[in-house]
Write a protein that binds this ligand. Structure first.
Ligand code: C2E
Ligand code: MG
Ligand code: MG
Length: 702
């Protein structure tokens, strides 16, 4: 319907309709005569001003304005316009009769007759109070939130913004350049296209929101993250955009935090190495690459420190943490390219910590399994050198399980699990070594779960027995004694190593019974063998004690019983305790003294692998020091190990202790140990551990 009545309608009709529009308008309308007397007001005028029709009609509108305007200068302007017979439009602050202040846009226009003479006045006032309140609220919100605001005049490219946005971007207004082109030139190249696309999308379709964080070149030259939210706020009739406006938010801190969180989610906090999830992703990529490119090879090396738990338990977690950090550093140093021995620079690697003392290295694009084995043996050498943490010296060997692409499973989790299995195999078969994974190892793992329950039956089923490894005098070659070593013949698994089942027995409380069994069995067998006296010296029987046994109350009485029951004299028995164990607590030291009190000798086993240094030797009530197999095996190739053995022997001699070298496998090792002044030796060179009959035969043959 057309807004105005058609010209065919009578004048009277048209006036009536216009009057109706004026009456119903939500704007206040006032009509006045040429001499400015009010002739008519509508309802909206009454509402806005609070003046009744009677109060208004007949009054000069100037009087009404003067009364209602809270701003004298505005009134002054209107008075002047009226005087000059021209129109005026401006915002004024009205004081309504209710006392309420309101804002209105007042438009006062003269009306003219047919001859151009002034015939009256029309005043239309629009109530802006609510709009202004909203604007004020908005600007409060914008200020309060530290928001930048911006407007873009689309056709001519001019930009406008508030001071806050300049401040976020780090520019003075004059430096900024108020054109879209100048602004776009500051966008980070990586964000540029996405931003332009997002703007275009909003220009075309108002339903597509524009909301994007981008990096802009800050006035100080660095990049800052700013979030822009905007929309087209004005379009021409044909729909083409005229103006876009929006807010901008400084999201630099938030982005920095997001970045930190992302890094944290990928990094092990203690060592700053990548964590398990990064490693799994990298393995997954290697698996995929192998599928696409069968010639490509990789390897996963799973490392575990053989003594870490012990360090943590006895020296505390802060020492444990420091050890892990040193291990991580050393691990990275060992893998650093440019090494003369292994050209690790030939292939990429990733070292990660996946928990506890478990570190994993992924070797990428290797030439074959040999590369992995070379890296593994280098890591074993490097990581087994002693660590100095505060006043402690910690030595820990490392065991490595390797999965290479030739035996790798189909997914990263399984590859890692298999590498873990191979690592356990390395531990089980003697530690300080690496083992290549082979799929047959998976069954063994399943079996180990039942180990614990099987061990309970082992004693009753006579599956446990004791073997004896001879010790010889390194200078005369004479038989000097035996060490009793426990064995378990498992009905399904075959021979199970004490390295495997003794920790299980310690954990489930069976160690007391097992220890009793060894002590009784060994003493009985040793008495039966009746070696007599050899060259004035009696051969000795050495029996190992575990940590849990040393903490058991009845130990000393058990030892006494075993000697008495089998008719052995105390000086025929030696009890072996490990180095780290002996150094620990007062209760253990008391027990050791009580054992010595019986006349039984003590031997410090596996010396060199713990961290109670040479200086502690004198504080322990021991008679023998057994140099660990790992030192003996390294003595010929490593200066460090040889020097430490020499120092140990010299210190032992000073303290009047005898020394025993463990794990002698070659003549070379035997003569080196003898040359270094070691008294006794034990190892496969002389004999493997034997059952009593075989031992007797061995002794007689000697
Ligand atoms: P250990 O007391 O240090 O015993 C020496 C280990 O080295 C034995 O391993 C022995 O078989 C092995 N060995 C000896 N000569 C050589 C050699 O030339 N080369 C190599 N590679 N190895 C050699 P086994 O019998 O497997 O025992 C391992 C560990 O288990 C023992 O280390 C000891 O700590 C513990 N153990 C064994 N029997 C008992 C026991 O009855 N009670 C307790 N508490 N622990 C035991
Ligand atoms: Mg021993
Ligand atoms: Mg030993």
């Amino acid at each position: 319907m057309p807004a105005l009545p058609p010209p065919t309608a009578s004048l009277e009709e048209r006036l009536k309709r216009l009057a109706l529009v004026a009456e119903r308008s939500s704007n206040a309308v006032l009509l006045a005569s040429a001499d400015r007397r009010v002739e008519w007001v509508n309802d909206a005028f009454i509402t806005l001003t609070g003046l009744s029709a009677q109060e208004s009609i007949g009054e000069r509108f100037g009087v009404l304005l003067a009364r209602g305007s809270a701003d004298p200068s505005a009134f002054e302007q209107f008075a002047q316009a009226v005087h000059q017979g021209r129109g005026l439009k401006r915002e004024i602050n009205i004081r309504a009769t209710s006392g309420l202040a309101r804002w209105a846009l007042v438009d006062l226009q003269p009306m003219h007759g047919a001859l151009g003479e002034l015939s009256g006045w029309v005043l239309v006032a629009t109530d802006l109070t609510d709009v202004r309140a909203q604007q004020q609220l908005l600007s409060l919100a914008v200020d309060g939130a530290g928001l930048g605001t911006w407007q873009w005049d689309v056709p001519n490219g001019a930009m406008q913004c508030n001071d806050r946005l300049l401040q976020i971007m780090g520019y003075e207004r004059a430096q900024m350049g108020m054109s879209a082109k100048a602004w776009n030139a500051r966008i980070h190249p990586e964000d540029f296209h996405a931003w332009i696309d997002a703007v275009k999308a909003q220009l075309k379709d108002p339903a597509v929101p524009l909301r994007m964080s981008i990096r802009l070149r800050h006035g100080s030259e660095r990049w800052v993250w700013i979030m822009f939210v905007g929309a087209v706020v004005d379009r021409s009739i044909d729909g083409s955009p005229l103006q876009m406006a929006g807010v901008a938010l400084d999201v630099q801190a938030q982005k920095a935090m997001e970045h930190e969180l992302r890094v944290a989610a990928r990094t092990d906090g203690l060592t700053q190495l990548p964590n398990r999830s990064v490693l799994l992703q990298a393995i997954e990529l290697a698996i995929q690459r192998r599928r696409a490119q069968p010639g490509y090879q990789y390897a996963v090396l799973f490392m575990d420190f053989d003594r870490f738990k012990h360090v943590n338990d006895t020296l505390g977690h802060s020492v444990g943490d420091a050890l892990l950090r040193q291990i991580a550093t050393r691990l990275q140093d060992s893998l650093r390219p440019g090494d003369r021995l292994i050209h690790t620079s030939d292939f990429a690697h990733l070292a990660a910590r996946i928990g506890g003392d478990e570190f994993v290295v992924l070797l990428d694009d290797i030439r074959g399994d040999l590369d992995a084995e070379m890296v593994a043996s280098r890591l074993i050498d490097m990581l087994s050198l002693p660590y100095t943490i505060g006043s402690h010296r910690v030595v820990s060997s490392v065991s490595i399980g390797i999965v290479t692409s030739s035996h790798a499973a189909e997914d990263a989790d399984s590859v890692l699990r298999d590498a873990d299995i191979a690592m356990y195999e390395a531990k089980r078969t003697g530690r300080a070594r690496y083992v290549l994974f082979d799929p047959s190892m998976r069954q063994q793992v399943n079996a180990s779960v039942s180990l614990e329950s099987d061990l309970r039956q082992a004693l009753d089923q006579n599956e446990l027995f004791v073997v004896y490894q001879p010790l010889v005098d390194l200078h005369s070659g004479a038989f000097a004694g035996v060490e009793a070593l426990m064995r378990w013949r498992h009905p399904q698994r075959g021979m199970v190593s004490p390295v495997e089942f003794i920790p299980v027995a310690e954990a489930n409380g069976l160690i007391g019974a097992l220890g009793q069994f060894v002590l009784q069995t060994a003493c009985k067998a040793f008495a039966a063998m009746a070696f007599g006296t050899l060259q004035g010296r009696q051969p000795t029987l050495a029996v190992n004690l575990s940590r849990a046994q040393l903490l058991q109350a009845g130990l000393v009485a058990d030892v006494q019983d075993a000697l008495r029951a089998n008719g052995l004299s105390p000086d025929q028995l030696v009890l072996e305790v490990t180095e780290s164990l002996a150094a620990q607590d007062a209760q253990v030291i008391d027990t050791l003294h009580a054992i010595r009190g019986l006349g039984v000798a003590l031997s410090l086993d596996d010396f060199g692998t713990g961290y109670s240094s040479l200086s502690c030797l004198h504080a322990l009530p021991v008679n023998f020091v057994k140099v660990d197999r790992s030192f003996v095996s390294m003595a010929q190739s490593s200066d460090y190990h040889r020097v430490l053995i020499e120092a140990t022997i010299r210190m032992a001699q000073t303290l009047g202790l005898e020394t025993v070298a463990e794990g002698i496998e070659t003549e070379g090792q035997a003569s080196l140990m003898a040359a270094l002044g070691c008294d006794k030796g034990q190892g496969y060179l002389f004999s493997r551990p034997l059952e009593p009959d075989a031992l007797m035969a061995w002794v007689q043959a000697r």
